[in-house]
Write a protein that binds this ligand. Structure first.
Ligand code: GUN
Length: 287
């Protein structure tokens, strides 16, 4: 079965639209998200355009701040200080990657954690680690859990989840969320020995490595649920045009597993929907 992330994201946006209307009526608060884009990276421009469009579609206020690639770290920090102090701004997202001369860690640390809708600030990752309420949780990992539950039902207890990848944006937080769901969690990465054998044990396999078609059918247990976080642009051998593929060899793995997220149309659409959910949560906490 294909796990339809496009539909799940659309359903979530409907729920969010209703919640936004309710917050406006009951508290007079309209959630607002400000996206900061530094430079002209084409992929980032596409992401930001989609974010802006979907933010307004669910009834939230969307602001976009475009800064030239030459912006200094000091100037970006000053911009963030202004947004941190602006009570009309509930969510702040600085689009990554940033130009080389800017230290991403310094920038992430400068965002007010209550407005950090990416969930990348150490305060939010620490809260997630400790299982504390009120954490803003990274968006893509949230989307992975929603899609896994769509396949497996609400209770993931006792399932063996194998996460390939240990990034701060996906691998580590998705592993923590799966642990919170009472899964037994294995985190595998580029130095893992016998990776195929470890993956074969997974009831839930999350691939977040950034290598096209990396996970093969003989790595996957029959009946497993496969969540593919990869977004890799490769050249199509037949047409010569570029196309998007995941970290999982969809054609062969889909024959073995019980459920799989496609690329595109799986985890991708969930990321922005979960960003909107975080913006709503940040706005609620502000009121
Ligand atoms: N660039 C690609 N994905 C993301 C994301 O989830 N958040 C931010 N801030 N930048 C990104």
């Amino acid at each position: 079965m294909i796990i339809d992330g496009k539909k799940a994201a659309a359903d979530l946006r409907v729920t969010l639209s209703k919640a936004v209307s309710e917050l406006k009526e009951t508290k007079g608060i309209t959630p607002s998200l400000t996206v900061v884009l530094v430079g002209e990276d084409p992929a980032s421009q596409v992401y930001v355009r989609n974010k802006v469009k979907q933010t307004t579609e669910v009834g939230m206020i969307s602001n976009e701040i475009k800064l030239p690639a030459s912006t200094s770290q000091t100037a970006l920090l000053a911009q963030l200080a202004q947004l941190n102090n602006d009570h009309r701004v509930h969510g702040i997202l600085v689009q990554l990657p940033l130009p080389k001369h800017i230290d991403e860690n310094v920038i992430i640390a400068a965002i007010n954690p209550e407005k950090d809708v990416d969930g990348f600030h150490a305060m939010n990752s620490g809260r997630l680690l400790n299982g504390e309420a009120g954490a803003l949780v990274p968006c893509t990992p949230q989307g992975c859990i929603i899609l896994a539950k769509q396949q497996l039902g609400h209770d993931l207890s006792g399932k063996h989840a194998v996460v390939i990848g240990r990034s701060n944006i996906v691998g580590k937080p998705v592993a923590l969320l799966l642990l919170q769901e009472n899964c037994t969690v294995t985190i595998a990465h580029s130095r893992t020995k016998d990776l195929a054998q470890i993956c074969q044990q997974a009831d839930i396999l999350v691939a977040a490595v950034g290598r096209p078609n990396f996970v093969k059918a003989d790595w996957v247990k029959k009946g497993a649920t496969v969540i593919d976080v990869g977004i890799n642009r490769i050249e199509d051998e037949k047409t010569g045009k570029t196309k998007l593929v995941g970290d999982v060899d969809f054609a062969e793995v889909s024959k073995v597993c019980a459920g799989i997220t496609p690329v595109p149309g799986g985890v991708g659409p969930m990321t922005i929907a979960c960003l909107l959910k975080n913006t709503l949560d940040a706005a609620k906490l502000s009121g």
